[in-house]
Design a protein around this ligand. Structure first.
Ligand code: GLY
Length: 353
């Protein structure tokens, strides 16, 4: 077999200011810190990002990712993740994966060891087994109790639309009754409507990075929307929605209500906006605004017509500049670069205050 051409910028001019730059969702400071150290130590960017993401996936106290993630409506934890390599422009993804607590690592194996991009459900589990991943129960005692509490409050809270909200062809939409507990919540920034007695998560961990050589990579991992219908995939395993990168431009990702992100091709759109010349923050804001403009079902809007959910976008350009923006104020994102490890405020469209 002929030698493979070397992909990426290895050995070429250093482009990213401040050496490796890693950005992550608000729960990802440990991820960016570890990933940056690993890249500086010579690790491949994707290996470093997956190692960082694993910290959150293994953490039972993060109820939106990996082990300890809140389950689906049947009490089963189903995990989604995707990862993308800038130099090869190659992605790997798993969806609705049960019993394996590190879906990002499985997604990386899909990328590296198969001709495919996406594996879901039983097929993803079989692949993970073949790759030597250990099967284990992912539902923690705390998450099980939370699930039981949710079950006791069914009807107002399940993911089947109430009869007065079902969309029938040719009919208008009926608003969600005010005063009801909202089925939507924020990403790691917390719920928009903290009055809900039931915990809902759409949190997720996202990490994007650029090496000192200007190569980019991106990864997102989640247990998805809590109490979801079995088999539901959010944006996280969808390449171009929950994460995306292009080695000529940069990388981006999303956390929050995946259904909204999928329908504007969130991460892909951010990278396109950066390619057109917008800064990372401007690109995140532009896509957040488009998403809000395209949210038309009244059940997803508050009494002022604003989204009753949150999404936060993250982006890093290949020159190392970075940014983030949310629908609602209060979100922060993690950054590790030549200036250290820190949290920065995300820009936003609407203030909670
Ligand atoms: N953004 C995570 C999800 O919606 O599944």
């Amino acid at each position: 077999m002929a030698a493979q051409p070397e992909a990426g910028n290895a050995g070429k001019k250093v482009e990213a200011a401040g050496g490796p730059v890693l950005v992550a969702s608000g729960n990802g400071l440990r991820c960016t810190s570890l990933a940056r150290e690993m890249v500086l130590g010579g690790s491949n960017l994707l290996d470093a990002i997956v190692a960082g993401v694993k910290i959150v996936e293994d953490d039972p106290n993060d109820w939106s990712v990996g082990y300890g993630g809140l389950p689906n409506e049947e009490g089963v934890v189903e995990l989604d993740a995707s990862i993308m390599d800038g130099p090869l422009h190659r992605a790997g993804s798993v969806g609705a994966l049960r019993n394996i607590k590190n879906p990002a690592a499985v997604a990386l194996q899909v990328l590296r060891r198969t001709d495919h991009v996406m594996l879901v459900g039983e097929g993803a589990l079989k692949f993970a087994r073949a790759m030597g991943f250990k099967e284990e129960e992912l539902l923690t005692e705390e998450a099980r109790k939370e699930w039981l509490r949710w079950k006791a409050n069914l009807n107002k809270e399940d993911k089947w639309l109430d009869d007065d909200q079902v969309i029938r062809a040719g009919e208008g939409y009926t608003p969600r009754r005010t005063g009801e507990a909202s089925p939507h919540n924020a990403d790691p920034g917390g719920p928009i409507r903290p009055d809900s007695p039931i915990r809902h998560t759409t949190g997720t961990v996202h990490v994007s990075g650029v090496t000192g050589m200007g190569d980019v990579g991106s990864c997102t991992s989640t247990s998805g929307l809590s109490w979801k219908l079995p088999g539901r995939l959010g944006d996280s395993p969808i390449v171009g929605a929950g994460m995306y990168c292009d080695n000529a431009v940069g990388a981006a990702g999303a956390t929050g209500r995946g259904e909204a992100v999928i329908q504007v091709c969130g991460a892909f759109s951010i990278v396109q906006h950066m390619e057109a010349g917008l800064s990372p923050t401007e690109a995140c804001l532009a896509v957040a605004k488009r998403m809000v403009d395209r949210t038309r079902e009244k059940r997803l809007l508050d009494e002022k017509g604003r989204p009753a959910f949150n999404v936060t976008f993250y982006a890093v350009r290949k020159d190392g500049s970075h940014g983030s923006a949310s629908v609602w104020s209060g979100s922060r994102y993690a950054v590790s670069d030549g200036k250290g490890n820190r949290m920065e405020d995300s820009a936003f469209l609407f203030s909670k205050d």
